[in-house]
Design a protein. Sequence first.
Length: 146
Amino acid sequence: MRALVQRVKQAEVRVAGTTVGKIANGLLVFVAIEPNDKVENIECMARKLLSYRIFNDADGKMNLSLTDVRGGILVVSQFTLAADTSKGLRPSFTGAADKSQAKYLYELLLERLGQLHHCVASGQFGADMEVSLINDGPVTFLLSER
């Protein structure tokens, strides 16, 4: 499982012109489920996303988590993060889980985040989405959970 995490001042996902997910201050997370991912990976990733210290404290140091700042989290499925780009000029998506496995684990991640955190929003799995954001920093990390 890969998660591209961006600290944002705001973020929104639209599908067919309709907003399906929106947050103010918090994290925008693009998630790719890989073939070897299991249910056990979900708990670890959920806790990491909520606890990763990437928000500034009073001294301007990245020392606070999403939970500490009570920010929102917007999670968007993005299988292209699992692409193999090492050869040629066209990405290979053999590194992405099949659709049914990916959807199941993505929805499980959303469910677990919702149990642990007060403000969780999401995109729509498998949809053509428009994502807008105001990046804060910019601060962007690629997290893996295996």
